[in-house]
Write a protein that binds this ligand. Structure first.
Ligand code: NAD
Length: 331
């Protein structure tokens, strides 16, 4: 956080309802790209994730924290999943809040709504991978998944690369209008396809809550870039492990990729070695060349790290303070 700032005796609050006005997709992209680079350079690290079943309301609650020494950002996102929120209280099921602390003194600096922020930072991660790994002549974007996150993913991808067409598949086809609506708004034609139709795609984003692979190796053409974004828990899986063994695999954080990300399955079966997985930040930093040929399949395993949340939250607080729109309270 630079520019306008809170004093040592103040806390800035930016509630959920203000996030949409404070955060542009460009700002989310920039914050996530920068923090991925800092992670790969060893300047920023995530802390072990805590995730607990509360034994109350069937809720899962946890913390994702980290410290970005380069950006001077320390904090955590607290929250989780309350499956009955929508039906019982007309609230969305995912609920989270980000807390930022002064790394020099440990005092709390800011409290930021984390719900929309999570969707935008997740979409920014796949977009960063598209920017750095897609073939420059890529024209067709494939979407697998059409739930809450999918629309954010699609919009960010279309803003990052000039795709000429979007094709989509979802296990529940009645949800596909969530994709076609966004494509239409962005002025790009949309076509529903079978999984075999994904061979036409130059880039594919998977964003489902699946526990078994749907996209198989023969659904993916040479030269495709895949951003696998749905698998963020042990046991989830969206794509055939054979795709990973035939691809150059990148991730946000290797430790998460091999344990809770899409790579957990290929690692478990021995089809992929941990040493074969590269942090996307190395490509951003120029330490890894990224895509090396037009035939190579590249795959980004986006597991979602706390530092993404903190980076985006810090950028929101900067904007809110600069505009004089944060609620600043004495502490
Ligand atoms: P959602 O419930 O709104 O949508 C779920 C999607 O998965 C729908 O498209 C649904 O049709 C599909 N689906 C459900 N069961 C399936 C199955 N068995 N096989 C194939 N598809 C199936 O969820 P969401 O909020 O859009 O989140 C999607 C996924 O992304 C979740 O797994 C979530 O945990 C994950 N996520 C990841 C990150 C990250 O940083 N990587 C961040 C947020 C969410």
């Amino acid at each position: 956080m630079d520019g306008a700032a809170v004093t040592a005796h103040e806390l800035a609050i930016v509630p959920e309802g203000m996030i949409a006005d404070m955060l542009t997709r460009d700002a989310a992209f920039e914050a996530v790209e920068k923090v991925f680079a800092a992670m790969a350079a060893g300047d920023a690290s995530n802390f072990p994730v805590v995730r607990e079943a509360l034994g109350h309301e069937d809720a899962l609650y946890g913390f994702k924290g980290g410290f970005d020494r380069a950006g001077g950002v320390l904090g955590l996102k607290a929250g989780g999943y309350w499956p009955h929120n929508l039906e019982r209280r007309s609230l969305i099921n995912h609920q989270s809040t980000v807390f930022l602390f002064d790394p020099d003194s440990g005092r709390v600096k800011a409290m930021v709504g984390g719900n929309l922020l999570t969707a935008l930072r997740t979409a920014a991660a796949s977009s960063v991978s598209i920017k750095h790994l897609v073939r420059k002549d890529a024209e067709v974007l494939g979407m697998i998944g059409a739930g809450h996150q999918a629309g954010f993913q699609l919009r960010a991808a279309l803003e990052t690369h000039r795709f000429k067409k979007v094709i989509g598949w979802n296990m529940h086809p009645e949800m596909l209008p969530n994709l076609s609506r966004v494509a239409e708004e962005m002025g790009v034609p949309f076509e529903p396809v079978e999984l075999t139709g994904m061979r036409e795609a130059d880039a594919i984003i998977t964003i489902t809550s699946s526990f078994a692979p749907t996209l198989m190796a023969d659904h993916v053409s040479p030269g495709t870039h895949l951003a696998c974004m749905g698998t963020d828990t042990k046991g989830k899986q969206e794509v055939d492990a054979a795709i990973l063994s035939g691809a150059t695999v990148f991730t946000d954080e290797v430790a998460q990729s091999v344990s809770i990300g899409e790579a957990q399955h290929a690692i478990g079966s021995g089809a992929l070695a941990e040493a074969d997985i590269t942090e996307i930040g190395s490509v951003i930093n120029g330490a890894h060349p990224g895509r090396s040929s037009d035939d190579e399949i590249t795959l980004f395993d986006g597991t979602g790290v706390g530092l993404q949340d903190l980076a985006v939250a810090a950028s929101i607080v900067d904007v809110a303070l600069e505009r004089g729109e944060a609620t600043v309270v004495p502490i």
